[in-house]
Design a protein around this ligand. Structure first.
Ligand code: 13P
Length: 279
């Protein structure tokens, strides 16, 4: 993870993180990344991990699928929004490549203290750590957060005192569908970039215009996270196939258009983020 993020940071493109919500997502993400020769990150939120069978099962399925599909591009399994220090430890122990500790609801002192514990544990096993300051708004997998802008001195404190590998500074982005136009804090982003040399992570990238995305990447967002855009593509395809074929009940036929929709969204995002042929 560190190598692919550092390369993206240096060359001014971003590695997309696609969140998985089932095996179909994992298969589509891996196959499309391989087709596009792009490095890729597969995110599992803390909440979805339990729904899909737990850390150990997911880490093993990830390795088996990569091997069976002969995936040669760098593909990283990442815990998205780890809710506690212990959950991050569990992911590390299960074989995850990377974890995010989300202490955004805590005081900065508590956030720093806990993030430090995660960094110490994860780095010993070669696992990278992402942390958040401020709060990305909206709802993801049932977890709601108010949108709170990241404070510059808190970002610096967290990054410098913990040794994290990447920082998600909340600067106006939101999980889920945006109500109105996204309004990212580019002035704050520029100021923060001048004082910190760590790769940034953009959460809530679904619905952000290409122009804003390119601007965020130019300020050192080396990882951009997509979940909603994939799920809209998948659910639209599912709705259409079931509406148009009222007699259809064969799961493989029902699921086929959803897979195709996921592949198309993933390929388009890989092009948009500049990760195409960067592996
Ligand atoms: P979206 O659902 O808005 O794409 O955000 C994904 C994300 O940030 C994962 O943490």
């Amino acid at each position: 993870m560190k190598n692919i993020l550092d390369d993206a940071f240096e060359k001014k493109y971003a590695v997309p993180q696609f969140n998985m919500n089932g095996l179909i997502w994992l298969e589509s993400i891996l196959k499309t990344a391989e087709k596009c020769k792009a490095p890729v990150i597969i995110g599992t939120t803390d909440k979805i991990v339990d729904q899909l069978g737990g850390f150990k099962l997911l880490a093993q399925i990830f390795e088996i699928m990569k091997k069976d599909l002969k995936i040669k591009v760098p593909a990283i399994l990442h815990l998205d929004h780890g809710q506690t220090v212990e959950r991050c430890f569990e992911a590390v122990d299960a074989g995850y490549d990377s974890v995010m500790y989300d202490g955004s609801k805590l005081s900065i002192e508590e956030n720093v203290k806990n993030t430090k514990k995660v960094v110490e544990y994860a780095h010993k096993q070669g696992v990278t750590v992402e942390a958040e300051v401020g709060s990305v708004g909206g709802t993801e997998d049932g977890v709601y957060s108010d949108m709170i802008y990241a404070d510059q001195s808190e970002c610096m404190k967290l990054a410098i005192e913990t040794g994290i590998d990447s920082l998600a500074p909340a600067l106006g982005s939101v999980h889920g569908k945006y109500k109105g136009e996204p309004n990212l804090g580019f002035e704050e982003m520029a100021r923060l970039r001048q004082s910190l040399h760590v790769p940034f992570v953009l959460h809530g990238a679904s619905g952000i215009s290409n122009a804003d995305l390119q601007k965020a990447i130019s300020y050192g967002h080396a990882k951009v996270n997509y979940n909603t855009e994939l799920n809209i593509g998948w659910s639209d395809a599912l709705r259409t196939v079931l509406t148009e074929n009222q007699e259809l009940y064969a799961p493989m036929e029902i699921l086929k258009p959803g897979k195709q929709a996921l592949n198309a969204v993933i390929e388009e995002v890989i092009i948009r983020t500049g990760a195409y042929e960067k592996a």
